[in-house]
Design a protein around this ligand. Structure first.
Ligand SMILES: C[S@@+](CC[C@H](N)C(=O)[O-])C[C@H]1O[C@@H](n2cnc3c(N)ncnc32)[C@H](O)[C@@H]1O
Length: 301
């Protein structure tokens, strides 16, 4: 019988060194409320590397040969929890008001391009939810335009002349691969009602595969939100349940970057437990039936 793994002692000084590496690499700060989380993951990595002290593990992470292990640790530390149609009140605001507002404004300017970025997309449920809602909103918009005959058959998911792009980014390659694959089990699908399952998924064995036409709207890519090279010209940015892992200085920098990554009058949607309060005065809050979003304020020259 194998004996239970013995936890190796982690001193406060070692903890600070390791906290600093994680912060420098990913901007994730494990404060007092979450050090137990960091401690558990570090114990696991130490066992997997068969090392006997945290200081030698720290030295490994700093060495040129330790880069892969640093990536393994960072992947273990990211929290990837997500679901389809997460935060329904906010999605209702997005679907019924924000999209409607953007589609009408674009129609008037004869600009038929929509671009909505899912920043910190995890395994794809968020960007695919966005794609389904945008497809529905455009179909509904088309219905209200009697002047435009429905000539094409079968009806395309995105009615011309509209084009839709949904960049979906994360720092974790494992979740990006799962998103790209786009197949989900019954448990993942519990928040997807039957009308959506029928319209936008194919049943493949025990799993549900996102239909090709929806998949084609979503483009998965690696982006670290700490860097400056981020997707530009977005009408809406979803960055939900990501900022909460950053410290306040990093959150401020990120919100400033999001401002620049949005088109004028664009919207930023953050998680249920997150807020821009005290971080910026460049956005105004939009609130309806418990759903919130932030609209970019245009500063006159
Ligand atoms: C809790 S999940 C949220 C997923 C989705 N946005 C939602 O609300 O359902 C957080 C995601 O943010 C990603 N993430 C964390 N730090 C990041 C960073 N610096 N740059 C990009 N993505 C990051 C994680 O890998 C993880 O997949």
């Amino acid at each position: 019988m194998s004996s239970p793994a013995v936890a190796i002692q982690l001193s406060d000084a070692e903890m600070r060194l390791l906290q600093t590496i994680v912060y420098q690499e990913r901007g994730m700060y494990f404060d007092a409320r979450r050090t137990h989380c960091l401690r558990d993951r570090l114990q696991k990595r130490l066992r997997e590397c068969r090392m006997e002290s945290f200081y030698s593990y720290y030295r490994l992470l700093l060495s040129p040969g330790g880069r892969q292990e640093l990536m393994n640790l960072l992947e273990d530390l990211t929290i990837n929890e997500t679901s389809f149609f997460r935060n329904k009140a906010q999605l209702e605001l997005f679907h019924k008001h924000i999209l409607d507002d953007i589609i009408r404004a674009k129609q008037q300017e004869s600009n038929f391009q929509l671009r909505i970025w899912s920043a910190g997309c995890s395994t794809g449920q968020e960007p695919y939810t966005i794609a389904m809602l945008v497809a529905d909103a455009l179909a509904y918009h088309q219905l209200r335009m009697p002047s435009r005959p429905d000539a094409l058959w079968p009806k395309p998911l995105v009615p011309p002349p509209w084009t839709v792009e949904i960049p979906a980014s994360d720092i974790n390659y494992t979740v990006l691969r799962a998103g790209q694959e786009g197949t989900y089990n019954e448990h993942h699908m519990s928040s997807v009602d039957y009308a959506y399952r029928l319209r936008y998924f194919d049943k493949v064995g025990e799993r549900y595969a996102v239909k090709k036409a929806i998949k084609e709207l979503v483009h998965f890519d690696f982006h670290n939100l700490e860097t400056e090279f981020l997707p530009q010209s977005n009408d809406v940015i979803f960055c939900r349940n990501v900022m909460m892992y950053f410290d306040e200085a990093e959150q401020r920098r990120l919100v400033e970057k999001f401002y620049r990554c949005l088109t004028p009058g664009g919207y930023l949607l953050v998680g249920h437990a997150e807020s821009l309060l005290g971080l910026t005065d460049k956005f105004t809050m939009v609130y309806r039936n418990s759903g919130t979003a932030y609209k970019r304020i245009e500063v006159s020259q």
